[in-house]
Design a protein around this ligand. Structure first.
Ligand SMILES: Cc1ncc(COP(=O)(O)O)c(C=O)c1O
Length: 284
């Protein structure tokens, strides 16, 4: 018998349903109910002390779990509320006002990624969306042709949400890096379904989420990962937890100290997202 079949009993909905919509919302793991209870018990019994007893670091400790699935190292993945926030943080790292202001996006990208990119036109970005010839596939040569020395960022879906088309990330990264551009890959439909190793691929950034194939629960966040030291890629959009403790308490921004923080913490937002991460902690 396939050893994976033993896992079916961990997902109560499978007792009653043929569940074929994990690309939208993964089946809830049985143990999620206990974790949700644990969360509310902690809130009720520990109050503000819960921050110091694990909640504050949870975007990073949960990020490490996701990282182990996609080939990232410790501290290279941080949880966010959703992919759109993540895309906004990453694209805020770049100056779009100069000659290198082109953002190449694939025509099969998820539309909400493109919403963020089109918003960047207001700060100077030129968005080039490479169309799919048949709305299902996007031969990599078409994307490679669009990447030139005015390109700042290339955004691609690893597995297209519309058709399951698997894109050749390695070829895109090679071309982008050769002309001095960076790459952000959306792994939402690939992490958990096909092998992904962000380090081997040399990706600069990746987004994805725990809600779907990772069965991590609604509202869970998105990892950001950096393949290279990103001293030159600082987001202007970060939150309370993205600041050194003394600074966040005193309420004064300190960019010099911020740069000394571990990478994942620098990309951390804050507030109200711990709940969404409870489900993911069920995975051994
Ligand atoms: C590939 C892909 N990217 C992004 C998103 C949007 O994610 P979010 O709602 O977390 O911004 C989805 C949602 O279905 C998706 O499938």
């Amino acid at each position: 018998m396939d050893s994976l079949l033993a896992w079916r009993k961990e997902f109560p909905i499978l007792d009653r349903t043929t569940y074929m919509i994990s690309h939208s919302l993964g089946a809830m793991p049985r143990r999620a109910a206990g974790r949700l209870r644990e969360f509310s018990d902690t809130w009720a019994s520990r109050g503000i002390r819960a921050w110091e007893e694990g909640w504050w670091e949870m975007p990073i400790t949960v990020g490490n779990l996701v990282g182990s699935i996609i080939g990232a190292g410790e501290g290279e993945v941080v949880m966010q509320q959703n992919v759109s926030i993540c895309q906004s943080i990453v694209t805020s790292c770049f100056d779009w006002s100069g000659r290198r202001n082109k953002l190449v996006t694939d025509g099969l990208n998820f539309p909400s990624n493109d919403y963020v990119y089109h918003g960047l036109a207001r700060v100077g970005a030129r968005v080039e969306s490479v169309p799919s010839p048949d709305s299902l596939t996007l031969p990599v040569e078409l994307l490679l042709k669009a990447i030139d020395d005015e390109t700042q960022l290339v955004s691609v879906s690893h597995v297209a949400f519309r058709s399951s088309y698997l894109q050749d990330l390695a070829a895109i990264v090679e071309r982008a890096h050769a002309v001095g551009a960076m790459v952000i890959a959306d792994l939402y439909q690939s992490a958990g379904t096909v092998p992904v190793n962000v380090r081997e691929l040399q990706l600069d950034f990746a987004t994805g989420g725990s809600v779907k194939w990772l069965c991590g629960g609604p509202g869970s966040g998105v990892p950001v990962r950096a393949a290279r030291p990103l001293e030159q890629a600082e987001p202007y959009c970060y939150g309370m937890d993205g600041a050194p403790r003394a600074v966040r308490v005193r309420g004064r921004a300190d960019p010099v100290r911020w740069r000394r923080l571990p990478l994942s913490q620098r990309y951390t937002e804050r507030s109200g997202f711990v709940f969404g991460q409870v489900g993911l902690r069920n995975h051994p």
